[in-house]
Design a protein around this ligand. Sequence first.
Ligand SMILES: C[S@@+](CC[C@H](N)C(=O)[O-])C[C@H]1O[C@@H](n2cnc3c(N)ncnc32)[C@H](O)[C@@H]1O
Length: 270
Amino acid sequence: MAKRGAWEIFKNYVGFRKECLPKGGYGIHSPFVFDLYTNVIGINKSEPIFKAIEAYRKEMIKSDIGIIRKTIAENMNGGFRGELVKLKKLASVVAVPPHLGRLLYRLANHFKPKVMLELGTSVGISSLYIALANPEGYLYTIEGDEAVLGIAQKRFESFNVKNIKPICSTFETELPRLMDEVDKFDFVFIDGDHNGNKLLQYFDVIQNKLTDNSVVIVDDIRWSSDMEDSWNELIAKPEVTVSIDLFRCGILFFRGGIAKQHFKLRYGPY
Ligand SMILES: C[S@@+](CC[C@H](N)C(=O)[O-])C[C@H]1O[C@@H](n2cnc3c(N)ncnc32)[C@H](O)[C@@H]1O
């Protein structure tokens, strides 16, 4: 389904703002979500590593270097094998924005997940935020474009990150294989193919390895109407006990013993 235009996103945001709870945590009647929102999500504390990651982004934004996409499956993500893409686009448009990177960092740092999974490495900006937040955890990150993953891998080396395993494969091929390798996923960041049906398919595979303490973050839940429909399907699943909609991304929890609740909360510049 086609990406929503700026006007449609804006109208969507106006609707979201009418429904969401105010900043500051007022009206959040779940102690778990109140604590998470006021002490983790909404905290705007700078960490020294943010500067280093953002310096890497700036370096790419300033460069005029282009790379030829080498997707390992021809039809992957709409099929852009052979396309020339500038690093500045990958760093400024494709990668998570700084405020989302900081959120990923804070969530990984707070929950200290042991086994982490990312769908969609690209040039590695979100991977760096996640892995560097939680050196005791181990991040599997999957990317189907060999050329962009090559850029990320070089940077992982220069950051001397030891807890990332970059995997060059499609999600469709690699996810079933990983299911045999890992016991569980404590933390999952889904930022790949922006296709609602695919999102549900990936979730169905991953679901078998989620535990009561797992956290799943889905990016671009309003990218298109089918992404939003699939997000709504995810939050309706009985195993999702708490869900938080932050407009751009959503967070899912699977904790037992609590009543199912959904929250729309403000985070970030929009
Ligand atoms: C939005 S980008 C990821 C951005 C990255 N998380 C960051 O913040 O820097 C999505 C990536 O997923 C990859 N991708 C999309 N569909 C895929 C698939 N089916 N299998 C493997 N990789 C895929 C694309 O090549 C692209 O690099």
